[in-house]
Design a protein around this ligand. Structure first.
Ligand SMILES: [Zn+2]
Ligand SMILES: [Zn+2]
Length: 335
């Protein structure tokens, strides 16, 4: 078996190192994957520079795809796969109902255990999805944000001709916009404090939000109080607001803002992660939609770095020295 591996290892907050690691030996319920692409998530920026992971050292990265290079059952060798990064306990009430995202005792590639910013990783068979032909590894690595976005977009309960309002024009916000159109939305309007993100959204066929536009469904995608306020203000009476953005701190609403929920009788709901069940499965639907060209994530990938350049990529994203949307790390020969 192979021995040499290179990984992006987080040794502590602000201490990410590209270094040589060992190749894990897969157990019977795992296969060994040669990782090809791993996306950098906004949450990874927080992990590296602010919050850290559950323990150190940890190989980070939860948005990854690759090729199976070892399978003791010899069924999956050579297959191209994407990875659902959550490992459920399979025992709690949520797990019994296949609601793995709300599992009480889950494990997670790239935060609670070693993840995908590496050349080789052992991954449980249960977490694998086969990539349809024609889908690139980069697109496979985008299956996580596409699935999270699909899950959120479904919660918007879009009717044909609805106008959708989204705060935050990052990768997930823009993919929710694509799903929204697929689900029948007429227009998708964005608000973002970064004007470059709005310009980027407009290039993809979306609109900048202007006060007075009729809004039927709103998605809060930033986790900031001001953005939530914008959503509650923008949406029409008796319509829907979905909370998706993970807050970095307290969320505060003034009495005036809170009244929007009451006086407009708004339907408010939350969304968290995605479904990976036998019947309802955002991941399978996401791969299918990408393979059929209904969801196109390729234009969102603004930067590609070799894994060895992980620190350059993270610094660029933290300091926002360049405009970026999705930043992809590539291992080995895919460029
Ligand atoms: Zn992510
Ligand atoms: Zn569970």
């Amino acid at each position: 078996m192979l021995q040499k591996n290179n990984s992006a290892v987080l040794h502590g907050v602000c201490d990410l190192r590209y270094e040589t690691t060992l190749v894990e030996t897969p157990s019977d319920d795992e296969v060994l994957i040669r990782v090809k692409s791993c996306g950098i998530c906004g949450s990874d920026i927080d992990r590296v520079f602010k919050k850290g992971t559950y323990h150190f050292p940890t190989v980070i990265g939860h948005e990854f795809s690759g090729e199976v290079v070892f399978d003791c059952e010899n069924k999956l060798f050579g297959k191209r796969v994407a990875v659902f990064p959550l490992i459920p306990c399979f025992k709690c009430e949520s797990c019994k109902n296949e609601n793995y995202a709300t599992c009480e005792n889950y494990d997670y590639y790239g935060s609670r255990r070693d993840g995908g910013m590496t050349e080789y990783i052992a991954v449980k068979r249960w977490n694998l999805l086969l990539l349809p032909d024609g889908l690139s590894f980069d697109e496979g690595a985008m299956c996580e944000p596409v699935s999270v976005a699909r899950h959120a977009a479904l919660k918007l309960n879009i009717k044909n001709g609805d106008n959708v309002f989204i705060t935050g024009a990052g990768p997930i916000g823009l993919i929710v916009g694509q799903w929204a159109k697929l689900f029948g939305a007429s227009e998708v309007y964005y608000k973002d404090i970064d004007e470059r993100k709005i310009n980027f959204a407009e290039k993809l066929g979306f609109c900048e939000y202007k006060k007075g536009v009729r809004i039927d469904c709103a998605l809060e995608g930033t986790g900031f109080s001001d953005a939530l306020k914008s959503c509650l203000e923008a949406v029409s009476p008796r319509k829907r607001v979905v909370f998706m953005g993970n807050p970095a701190g307290e969320i505060n609403l003034s009495q005036q803002t809170y009244w929007h929920i009451l006086r407009k009788e708004l339907n408010v709901c939350g969304t968290w992660n995605s479904l990976f069940g036998t019947n309802e499965n955002d991941w399978k639907e996401s791969l299918l939609a990408m393979a059929e060209g209904k969801i196109d994530v390729k234009p969102l990938i603004t930067h590609k770095f070799a894994l060895s350049q992980c620190n350059t990529a993270f610094e660029m994203m933290k300091n926002k020295t360049e405009f970026f949307n999705k930043v992809m790390l590539n291992m080995g020969d895919e460029k």
